[in-house]
Write a protein that binds this ligand. Structure first.
Ligand code: XIL
Length: 379
């Protein structure tokens, strides 16, 4: 359903009155314009222009994009002296064409990294390679990428530093190096630390330590990206809220960078007895894939309830929240059909497999409209 607004009667000097559309059509980006940017992660089909149906959604609904995979180290920099910029250039051109806020994801991440980088055990050599990586990429897109996820997933669940190869070889100094290099290569880009489960109190403390450490050394960091891969029941809104407050208190802009809400059970939700050795054993299990032929209305409502609660919170903190980015456009393309269990049928996003808005989309748009009306009425 599209909400009916945006038509205004304009009276002309002559004695006729014409009705002209002067406001923009309702869409996520237009409806939430005063609150935050609205975005989606884009894949090869979007970037190459082959998936025209999804592209229409992207153009209509979003004003910021993030590359789902193509800027990760293994794709951009697969060998020490070869960079492949073909897709990344096209990605940036897509964002520019539509005047979007273009996000770079991600300069340093232990996952989806080129294997040669994981073989480096000498700190001097590693620093040299990180320098080449960041200078080359952030330098190439200087002034074109508006926000960089400089560092992705450097913390464990208890807030300690993840013992990635980066950490094992260089200690925490690799984090400082990454932010220093990014700031020097593109001084105008916003620099973000991005991670999942950032609502967790212990992990939150880890983020606070990381940010304070950079700040105490005068190193630029502008924002925290809360990935926001959620389920219908967790995390609690209050935990997310406490993290937003804590990050804002450090002077950070907060973004929801990879929002999706899984509709399916995950292995870690199961009680002890049902837990299997590895996730492959769940493949083909109908209990773990309950809606292969469609998402029942009752579940659509649950999904809408969950998204409404999330957007209530986001609107409450719109002054601290810079951007809300969904991890994909339509349900059929979501990574959650294949992770953590392969071959499932999931419904985590706002657009269904035919690129039609789900109930959750409509509910969030209604929420915004209701709030705007209350504001206009001065309540
Ligand atoms: C995921 C992509 O969506 C998948 O296509 C890919 O196979 C694996 O990575 N956290 C991140 C994202 O920061 O880059 C990940 O994206 C999802 C989890």
């Amino acid at each position: 359903m599209f909400l009916s607004m945006g038509w205004l009667a304009v009276s002309c000097q002559q004695d006729t009155t014409v009705t002209k559309p002067v406001l923009e059509k309702p869409s996520l980006k237009n409806s939430f314009k005063k609150d935050f940017l609205m975005g989606a992660a884009v894949n090869d089909g979007h970037i190459n222009g082959t998936d025209t149906s999804s592209l229409k959604i992207i153009e209509r609904e979003f004003n910021t994009i993030t590359p789902e995979n193509i800027m990760k180290w293994m794709y951009l920099h697969p060998q020490p002296d070869s960079f492949y910029f073909d897709m990344a250039d096209k990605y940036v051109a897509l964002g520019k064409k539509h005047d979007m806020h273009i996000v770079g994801h991600t300069l340093l991440w232990h996952s989806q990294i080129a294997p040669w980088m994981d073989e480096i055990k000498d700190p001097v050599e590693m620093a040299k390679q990180i320098e080449n990586h960041i200078n080359t990429i952030a330098g190439r897109y200087k002034g074109k990428i508006h926000t960089w996820d400089v560092l992705n997933e450097a913390l464990n669940e208890d807030g300690s530093y993840r013992t990635s190869n980066f950490y094992n070889v260089m200690g925490e100094s690799y984090i400082e190096l990454a932010f220093r290099l990014a700031a020097a290569a593109d001084p105008d880009a916003k620099l973000v630390y991005n991670d999942y489960n950032l609502w967790k109190p212990e992990k939150r403390e880890g983020v606070i330590r990381l940010v304070k450490n950079l700040q105490s050394k005068g190193i630029k960091i502008d924002g925290i990206g809360m990935q926001a891969h959620y389920s219908l029941v967790g995390p609690e809104i209050s935990d997310i809220e406490n993290s937003i407050i804590a990050y804002a208190k450090l002077g950070m802009e907060v973004s929801m960078t990879e929002l999706d809400v899984t509709a399916l059970p995950n292995p870690w939700d199961l009680d002890g007895a049902a837990v299997k050795q590895n996730y492959e054993e769940y493949e083909g299990d109908p209990v773990m894939n309950p809606y292969p032929n469609g998402f029942p209305d009752s579940m659509q409502v649950k999904m809408a309830d969950r998204y409404e609660d999330l957007f209530q919170l986001y609107l409450k903190y719109e002054k601290n929240i810079d951007r809300i980015t969904f991890w994909g456009v339509s349900n059929g393309q979501s990574w959650l059909n294949g992770w953590p269990i392969k071959g499932r049928t999931n419904y985590p996003l706002f657009f269904n497999r035919k690129n039609k808005p789900q109930v959750a989309y409509e509910r969030v748009m209604q929420l915004k409209e209701k709030k705007s009306k209350l504001e206009e009425a001065g309540k």
